[in-house]
Design a protein around this ligand. Structure first.
Ligand code: MG
Length: 322
């Protein structure tokens, strides 16, 4: 199904990519104690973030930001969602802030597939959609066993092309009924069309990411448990384990990302919490608005872009994303 909208996306995609430089020229957030980095393990944090690296505010005045993904083509640019604004936005140092797609069907999480196409979780559409190279947007997944999904929240793509996403009911449109009984984590194989539930025992499954070797899957639960759980990924796309990896005490965990070393970055109410692969806390980057998600990007993959409240922030790091 192709859903119509005011899509100038294909052109914008490549125009923005050609125009952007991938760096950050925005003004640093004014120095204040609450913006400082909090260290649990100073030696390890020093290997991840240079002393004095500023947190920069790239854009503000949005309604509620989520779902950042870095498009690495050309000069590169950031795509993210303004959920209540019903819009996908794009940002680059060279091009500034622009609209990417409106309406977005209240898009949330975004990812890039192996062919470089944008994969998007849509609350309003109750689906995971794909932006084709010709600019059309079509449904990738919208039902499980004949029942409509809740409101897909976040999505990642494995190197084998499979698409993994979470489906809590946070964005269920008003006056629409929940059809799938649970709030599941799914794996979709575009090659076979097979959609399967890989985890059923979450309250509110939310952010997710793979370890660098893709042998582990981290999934946050933004419900009562406030946990990030870790699973062993099997070759048949099933999961084993699911023990607690860490628990977030400041608000709830939402988006999560791994760096190339296997450290895990988790969004929380007060900023980004960073954990080593063993689950030990390394430190926090405090952000003046409640963070919802993050992604690695920039020309060398060493910029973290953070969606938080009504704004977008960034900070340079020393280890690139996975
Ligand atoms: Mg989320």
């Amino acid at each position: 199904m192709v859903v119509q909208g005011s899509f100038r996306t294909a052109g914008l995609l490549f125009a923005c990519l050609a125009a952007s430089a991938g760096g950050t020229r925005a003004e640093p957030v004014p120095a204040a104690p609450e913006h400082a980095k909090v260290t649990q393990d100073a030696a390890k944090l020093g290997t991840l973030i240079a002393p004095g690296a500023p947190l920069r505010k790239l854009a503000g005045g949005l309604k509620f930001t989520e779902g950042p993904v870095w498009l690495p083509f050309g000069g590169g640019c950031l795509i993210f969602s303004d959920i209540p604004g019903d819009e996908l936005k794009q940002w680059s140092a060279a091009g500034g802030l622009k609209s990417f797609r409106h309406p977005s069907h209240h898009a949330n999480g975004n990812a890039i597939d192996r062919a470089g196409r944008l994969i998007t979780c849509e609350h309003g559409g109750r689906r995971v959609s794909i932006l084709e190279k010709d600019g059309s947007v079509r449904t990738l997944i919208d039902r499980y066993e004949g029942k409509r999904l809740n409101s897909p929240n976040d999505v990642i793509v494995k190197s084998d092309g499979t698409i993994w996403f979470t489906d809590p009911p946070y964005g269920l449109p008003p006056n629409e009924a929940k059809e799938v009984e649970g709030n599941y984590v799914y794996c979709f194989d575009p090659g076979t069309g097979d959609l399967k539930v890989v985890a059923r025992d979450f309250d509110m499954p939310n952010g997710l990411c793979f370890s660098p070797d893709e042998e582990k899957l981290y999934v946050s639960d933004s419900g009562q448990s406030r946990q990030v759980r870790v699973f062993a990924v099997q070759s048949d796309h099933t999961l084993r384990g699911g023990a607690e990896f860490c628990r977030i005490e400041a608000g709830v965990p939402d988006g999560i990302r791994c760096d190339a070393r296997g450290d895990v970055y988790v969004s929380a109410a007060d900023g980004i919490h960073i954990f080593g692969p063993d689950g030990g806390m390394i430190g926090r980057v405090l952000v003046p608005e409640t963070t919802t998600n993050l992604c690695f990007g920039g020309a060398d993959g060493k910029t973290i872009f953070i969606t938080a409240g009504t704004s977008i922030y960034s900070i340079q790091v020393l280890v690139p994303g996975r």
